[in-house]
Design a protein around this ligand. Structure first.
Ligand code: DX5
Ligand code: ZN
Length: 221
């Protein structure tokens, strides 16, 4: 599957969000990754619906919304209406994953499920055929700029095998610590969508960095 580069706006300058989004577009970003945190599921608070609406107003890029929240189902409808194209929630926060995946799809949005580093792939085994996206966290969620956790490379490879076995067309996304030093390895393991926060926004030339990451991923495939 083609490479998707999704800059995470968590690392953007929020006072200049429209400029940062325009920079991502100019750099050839495929999606914009939007990290919603509630201070309960993860130990950090970020932003919510208003910021998603603001992003939707200034960009036509697909908005890849990553819900790091408890009771994610209470947000699906509003976030879909606000313009989310992908809604991903955490299996650790969702005892009724089957119902929730189908609820997202009914809203006309692609449905994703995310797994923390310590959560086994077996948690999604029964539902993998229904997913539009499987997100393997390559750090513990909560903050940008953390160090990539090495054992998640093997997990990504096993996730790719599991998706193939289910004849799934879901995207396999990785998120956390993805940058020049790691993107080729997760691509070779089978990931096809790459979230990058710090790697893009802390680069000396963030716009060019999106292209650098894309090339490294494409050459690894
Ligand atoms: C972490 C978030 C990530 C974060 C990635 O909880 O889900 O999307 O923004 O940031 P980097 O790429 O800096 O690790
Ligand atoms: Zn994220």
């Amino acid at each position: 599957m083609s490479v998707v580069i999704a800059p995470s706006l968590l690392s953007a300058d929020f006072a200049r969000l429209a400029d940062e989004i325009a920079m991502c577009e100019a750099g050839g970003a495929d999606w914009l990754h939007i990290d919603v945190m509630d201070g309960h599921f993860v130990p950090n608070l970020t932003f919510g619906l208003k910021v998603l609406e603001a992003c939707r107003k200034v960009s036509a890029l697909p908005l890849d919304v990553h819900l790091m929240v408890e009771r994610p189902e209470q947000y699906f409808e509003d976030y879909a209406a606000a313009g989310a194209n992908v809604l991903t929630f955490h299996v650790e926060a969702a005892p009724h994953m089957h119902r929730q995946v189908h609820r997202i799809k009914e809203l006309g949005v692609r449905a994703g499920v995310a797994l923390n580093p310590a959560t086994p792939l077996s948690a999604v085994e029964e539902i993998v055929g229904d997913l539009d996206l499987l997100l393997i966290m390559t750090v513990n969620p909560g903050f940008g700029g953390q160090q990539f956790i090495e054992h998640t490379v093997g997990k990504t490879a096993r996730a790719a095998t599991m998706l193939r076995g289910a004849q799934s067309r879901a995207r396999l996304e990785v998120d956390g610590g993805v940058g020049r030093a790691t993107i080729a390895r997760v691509r070779a393991a089978g990931a096809d969508a790459f979230v990058a926060g710090n790697a893009v926004f802390a680069a000396s030339d963030p716009r060019a960095e999106i292209g650098v990451l894309r090339r490294l991923a494409e050459e690894a495939a």
